[in-house]
Design a protein around this ligand. Sequence first.
Ligand SMILES: [Zn+2]
Length: 479
Amino acid sequence: MAGRIRDEDVALVRERSPIADVVGEYLQLRSAGGGSLKGLCPFHDEKSPSFNVTPARNLWYCFGCGEGGDVIAFVQRIEHLGFVEAVEHLARAAGIQLRYEQGGYVPRNEQGQRQRLVEAHRAAAEFYAEQLLSPQAQAGRRFLTERGFTRADAEHFGVGYAPGGWEALTAHLRKKGFTDKEIVLGGLASQGRRGPYDRFRGRLVWPVRDVTGEVVGFGARKLDPDDDGPKYLNTPETPLFKKGSLLYGLDLAKKEIARQRQAVVVEGYTDVMACHLAGVTTAIATCGTSFGEEHLKILRRLLLGRSEFGGEVVFTFDGDKAGRNAALRAFAEEHGFASETFVAVQPDGLDPCDLRVQRGDGAVRDLVAAKQPLYEFMIRSRFEGHNLDTPEGRLAALDAAAPIVASIRNAGVRKLYGVSLDRWLGIMDEEFVSRRVREHMRHAQHGGRPSPRPAASAQADHDPRDPSVQRERLPPQPA
Ligand SMILES: [Zn+2]
């Protein structure tokens, strides 16, 4: 596919790629009046929309950062593509067969490389999906059945099987005309001393798609207990697979995230499947990394809907939650979305996939519906271990929870959580509670201890504003 694309084909691609549709794949657009649309700019950080799209002229422009251009320039910029690749990308979406000038001006090097890798991944995903039906994939099919997934579910999510042995996929891709260099560059095989060998062997594989629905990598779970590799193995960082800005399930969830103004962050591939099948169609998961800044930016662009305020981001956690909550809270505050952050924890520690198997679809929907605002969740967590039926127990719970309230940066929000804390503990004395909160604020500022401090407080009073906590990110989500 080397060479220069014919001018008339480029013009056709431009004409058949409505800018509002293409941009709308990445961010939520709403009317800006006068026939134009606006949304949050994907190219610079902003909280109110200055990114404008004019469908009548098929152009976009950002008043914030000054970027702008046509639909091809947009795709180049957002997908980090060259001109040829961007045109190829749009042509495929629009169903246009491109023609190339012979001996064109564009050198055959990096141009089109991404396209080749996308094609290799498409071929690999098809291969894996077919292999799931083969006799040797029995353990893989059993894994899915035990988790409540039917064959149709597996097909819907494109789940496949990577055969054992060393070069089943590599041999298949070579036959399809891909070079060893492309196969290794795409992370589909690793380079060994005697040539490339398959990265994923004897594993169940989930194709990871980018926001436009192209497969850009895989997540793979081991099936053989004797396999001493990690439980989950992902595609390494490649020109296509940038795990810091990929969310599994986003291709399926993005429209619902925009419509419902909610995103549910779960921990694994099977949890995303379980949620979607149970009716929580806004579920997504990170791919072998913690939830970070780029993930948040992607969600924010989708969540910006009718108002300036982004919707809800619901984090579901199973088990060991204390450390995660501290990290989540530090992250949410740093990025200014604490008020939009919710936490949903199944009390007995089941993840959405197990929950669905044991208690059905309704239980998964209930889990998400029972979400609590981040601060409320953190405050109530501090009540654990205290007997709220006695004055001594309530006072100890108050002193355990007050540092959380004290550390809320927004004064108005802090005040209202103080009122709530009073109600939740049934103390019925707002002034007493807010004085206690202020003591903890002074304590945090001066590094001293609040007094008096009841010895009955069982929980470690670690200060959530401790800088060592704030630097933390959410812990890795195994998937
Ligand atoms: Zn901008």
